[in-house]
Structure formats: structure tokens, C-alpha cells
Design a binder for this molecule. Sequence first.
Ligand code: GLV
Length: 379
Amino acid sequence: MRNITCIEDLRQLARRKVPRAFFDYAEAGSYAQETLRANRAHLERIKLRQRVLVDVDERDTSTTIVGEKVSLPLALGSVAMTGLKHGNGEILACRAAHAAGTQFTLSTMSICSIEDVASAVGKPFWFQLYVMRDRGFVRSLIERAAAANCSALVLTVDLPLLAQRHCDVKNGLSVPPAMKMKNLINMASKPGWVFSVLSGKRWTFGNLAGHVKGMEGVKSLAQWTSTQFDPTLSWKDVEWIRSIWPRKLIIKGILDIDDAKLAAKTGASAIVVSNHGGRQLDGAPSSITMLPKIADAVGADIEVMFDGGIRSGQDMMRALALGARSCLIGRAYIFGLGAGGQAGVAIAIDILKKELDVTMALCGVKSIKEIDHGVIAQV
Ligand code: GLV
């Protein structure tokens, strides 16, 4: 992986290496992808304030996220089916995150199970929870995450049902991949991927298979969500989850001031301002436009995290300046994983960290706690 200098390079490499259905799945937004595009466009229109003749020799990107020490204000967010972008993808991404001094979130809809990841990595990771109608199963997932020593539970609240991503329908996305001629031809041109996934030995939803009756017949996230996800999910359920989960709770998928205020009252440790990477409500505002309003509304009542279009350290700077304490990435590390497994994820994190470090210097700040509205240019 020589000559990789930015996240876009990883994206292009991943596009060549990962079968189309799985690459498209990660990259796409819902419906007309208006919100997906707005996430990026609105980050780019925020201009940073260039400062000069400030001593910026000693810089430090380290901080904490929900009390955990991290080497940069960034953690890897949950992405479904990560183990089908690269064999054992969840384990590899978690190892890369830990080696870089940050955290990894394992999706409920992962390929490697909670137990697979726990036995392969040395340190606690975070677990992302989707709430299904079968509350007994939800309870058992929470108990499994607790038994695996997960240090935080990331409750996703913006997916009571799955919004359509047109490409998944058109590509016939399924898990494991359907052995149709079109897919076979596409996979045959990706030998590295075939090797990694076959040697990974896992190609179904690891947290569900063997734990849920009838799971054997479930082939897609869309199918599973439409039958099993609970659209009655409400704030009462957040209370219930808080009562059975012993550690930090992060509520992910807040995009509204009133919802943010309600979340701050739950006793959760953090919220993630997010529109699910433009994959759910198409037509919703970009995450970055809502971030400052939400951060102002909750003040110090709850830690504010951000996700939605981060592709550079400059983007991280923008989010931190507008009220986030830290950021999550999804696609940015998934591109790294598809491009080069664990090393690719490590490169993605390293690129973002170096870009943030240089951006801090050029904005005249030396530590994360110094970053505020003052680094935004008034243009
Ligand atoms: C699931 O979380 C998805 O966005 O596909």
C-alpha cells in the first residue's frame, strides 16, 4: 500500500478490492442521498482560521472519550458486516484501533461475534446495540457484551426500521453473498478478498447465528430489520437498557435539540450527533449543521460526540470547533479495511491523526481542549 496519502486513496483501493455489493453497501446513503451529500458539503464550507507566529512546537492530540484515554479525539463507529469487507474485519479493525490508542465499536450486525472479538483482542471494546422485538434476546446481547468486558454500550436510536439504499436492492446484497453468476464474476476479480473471507471462516451474522431461532434463513440486514427490529422503541426502553447495562451508555443518532435534551436526562454518558451517515432519513439536515445547536442546548449536561462525513483531520477540527468532544468514523476506516486489512485501518487512523495535528498547528492550537469556535474563520 505505497503512495497512500489520504482517505480518498484508501477508498479507491477498497473499491478495486471489495466485491461491489459490499463496497456499495458501505458507501451508499438512503434514497436520493441528499443527506449523505449534505454531510460532506456542509463540512467543506466551514473555513478554518489560519493563525501565525504562535509557538506550536509541542502539540498533543490526546484526550478522553467517555472517560477513556485516547490518543486522538476519534473512535471507530459500528458498521454492519465489517467482516465481509475483509475476512475477520471486526477483529482486525479492533486491533488497529487499540494499537493506535483508540476505541472500536462492534456492531450488533457484525460477522465476528462479541465472543470472537473478545477472545482475539486484549482490551475492552465497545458494543453497539440494535433493539429487537424479542427483548429476551436484547437482554442476552447486553449480558454477552457485559461478560465480554465491553466498556461502553452504543445504543443506536435512529434505525427503528431500515431506510432503503437503492444499490443494495439492485446488487441483491445478501449474507453470505448469493452465488449468482453476476456476483461470482465480480468476486472472481477480487482474489485477495476471496482469500481473506474464506480464511476468516465466518460469513454470517455472528451475534445472531446460533442464538436466534430461524436465523439460518436470514440473508440480509434488510430482511432481519424488517421482521425483528422494534419500531416501538422509546425513551422507556432507554431506561430499561440503562437498568440492565452496568457500564457507560452512549446514545447514537441524535439530530434534534429536543431529543438531545431528553437524552441528557437519561443518565447516559454521551450522545452522538448523527444521521447515520446519511443512510436513514433522507432530507434530514447534515450532522455538522445540527452539531453547534445541539452542543449549545445540552451544555455540560452530557458529552457530545459527532459523526457524519469525516474524511480528514480538518473535518475533525471543524467538528471539535463546533462543540463535539470527539468524532466517530465509519466509511473512513472501512475503506482502509477493504484496501489493506488491519494495516489499512491503521493507515486510516494515522492519516487522520497527522492531519489533525498539522491542522492544530496551522490554527495556532496545541491541545484538544484549546479547540473552540475561535478556530473557525468568520468569512
Ligand atoms: C446499518 O446500520 C446500516 O446503516 O446499514
